[in-house]
Design a protein around this ligand. Structure first.
Ligand code: HEM
Length: 489
């Protein structure tokens, strides 16, 4: 018993290596890994993944596992996720807002995000130099996190709130406080939870700032929808997820302003960290593999404008980010589903109530049958042959030839494509609805850094060495610094 408890505690700091070792031993068969409060049953074969995908949320529940991570009762003012697990109508609005409206509106918002990101990079570098007596080394992850937070505030809550510094800071702190608060609750014995939760609520104030800023906006916009519908009037147009969530509600839906704000806080919670980690890791990898810079810069110079107005294109950058996150993903497991009762896969693998069915994302990403030369970083492995043949590293034909001879995938693919071999964004009907936005924002932020700055790591080290681990997640260390030098126009 003590040995098992010790191993479960070790998962907190060594999750990725524990999963990889267990995967290697299991040779493709299901295996279990215990965390402090969960038994994780890992499945990886296409057949098992199909069965997981086919199970309804009332049997294998994404929301139940999300509840365990976030502990919304204590960290989100008792946000009632139960309605979602019953397929309730509240969740419908926000999923459509993110999956359909945000994706469809990318061509409208990407030019604004480009301007915002470019200005924010200059602001951060300027402020950093003033605060640090001219020092020009900045934390890469802190810079990227800031750019992601500002972009996401604009896309989810509207560009006006992206200018509200108190709100932007609270929105960022809210996520960290929720993760931290959730972890404290998960480690607390159940009889002590109410006391600890009361302390957490008193100390972690960011959720209140976010909630109290958003509530008046929801109170103002929700009734307008009803009035406009009754009178046959056109609604004022806002390009943000607040409005799209309202617009996506079925007629007569009685969503209250309070619930609307909670749904928005739910979207917000999932929108920042994986995105910031993916971008940080990609820029880190670009610094370590400068041979890719020339063709990526050339692609940005000739195709960014098309991308910005269509949200499509930049295949070289897309492939580079995909390769970077294949080898160093923000999360090393995917598709968390909590069993709401006993569940048995077709081969007899059994979950008890409360167990999680999960997939070993990173271990799958390193399978040689899915990825030729899986340990090698081949930045352009996912592009089509035509795109690969078109690259041209100016002044360095040898580099062009080397990049063109790298091992390729049998079929080209995009970062946002989903199948049992690529689970970064989950799979099936509950796959990430924000992935098209996420992929576009990655391209905005990386392009604005790479095209306008020369970026050098102060202490170049392998990417996996500059990550710290929390359970199965990998987070870039804040101490990793870069020097950004503006390039001549
Ligand atoms: C690199 C960035 C991101 C990664 C790796 C990621 C990954 C994921 C994964 C793995 C899931 C669960 C799918 C499953 O278990 O099958 C998920 C769900 C979700 N993601 Fe993302 N995500 C990212 C960015 C975003 C962004 C930017 C947004 C919002 C704009 C977002 C909104 C959501 C939402 C709302 C869900 C829940 C879906 C549901 O309720 O069915 N994600 N994401």
């Amino acid at each position: 018993f003590i040995h098992r408890k010790f191993k479960a505690l070790k998962f907190f700091t060594h999750g990725p290596s524990i999963i990889q070792n267990a995967f290697d031993k299991s040779r493709g068969q299901p295996f279990e890994v215990h965390a402090v409060d969960t038994r994780n049953v890992f499945i990886s074969s296409p057949q098992h993944i199909k069965e997981l995908q086919g199970a309804s949320d009332s049997v294998l529940s994404l929301y139940a596992s999300a509840r365990k991570i976030i502990q919304p009762k204590y960290t989100m003012q008792d946000f009632n996720w139960l309605d979602f697990s019953k397929g309730g109508k509240q969740g419908w609005g926000f999923l459509r807002a993110v999956r359909v409206c945000l994706t469809d509106n990318l061509p409208n918002i990407l030019p604004t995000l480009t301007t915002l990101v470019r200005a924010e990079i200059s602001n951060v570098l300027f402020k950093h130099r003033i605060d640090n007596a001219g020092a020009n080394q900045v934390s890469l992850h802190a810079l990227v996190l800031r750019l992601v937070v500002v972009s996401n505030v604009a896309a989810i809550f509207g560009p006006d709130l992206a200018q509200n510094q108190v709100f932007v800071k609270a929105a960022q702190d809210y996520i960290e406080q929720t993760i931290f608060g959730g972890e404290i609750i998960r480690f607390t014995p159940s009889w002590l939870v109410p006391t600890v939760a009361a302390i957490i609520r008193r100390v972690f104030k960011a959720q209140l700032v976010v909630y109290e800023t958003l509530l008046p906006i929801a109170e103002q916009r929700l009734p307008k929808r009803e009035i406009a519908a009754e009178m046959g009037l056109e609604m004022p147009k806002y390009n943000d997820c607040i409005q799209w969530t309202i617009d996506s509600l079925p007629r007569g839906n009685s969503l209250t302003p309070r619930l609307l704000v909670h749904e928005l806080m739910g979207i917000w919670f999932g929108s920042v960290h994986a995105l910031a980690t993916t971008i940080t890791v990609a820029i880190h990898d670009l610094c370590l593999h400068p041979e890719y810079l020339d063709p990526i810069r050339a692609e940005i110079a000739s195709h960014y404008s098309h991308f910005e107005h269509t949200a499509h294109g930049l295949p070289l950058l897309d492939s580079f980010v995909k390769e970077s996150s294949r080898l160093t993903p923000a999360e090393t497991l995917s598709t968390r589903r909590e069993a709401t009762g006993p569940f048995t896969f077709s081969d007899g693998t059994r979950l008890n109530q409360g167990d999680w069915a999960v997939t070993p994302l990173l271990a799958i990403n390193k399978l040689p049958e899915y990825y030729p030369q899986p340990g090698q970083f081949n930045g352009f492995r996912f592009v089509s042959k035509e795109v690969l043949d078109s690259i041209n590293c100016s002044h360095d034909s040898k580099n062009t030839a080397v990049l063109q001879s790298e091992a390729q995938q049998a079929k080209p693919s995009k970062l946002t494509d989903i199948d049992p071999t690529w689970l970064m964004f989950g799979i099936g009907k509950q796959s990430c609805p924000g992935r098209f936005y996420a992929s576009a924002v990655m391209k905005v932020i990386i392009s604005q850094i790479v095209a306008n700055y020369d970026c050098k790591l102060v202490d170049p080290r392998a990417t996996e060495e500059v990550m710290w681990v929390m359970r199965s997640a990998q987070v870039p260390k804040h101490g990793v610094k870069v020097v950004l030098t503006a390039m001549e126009e």
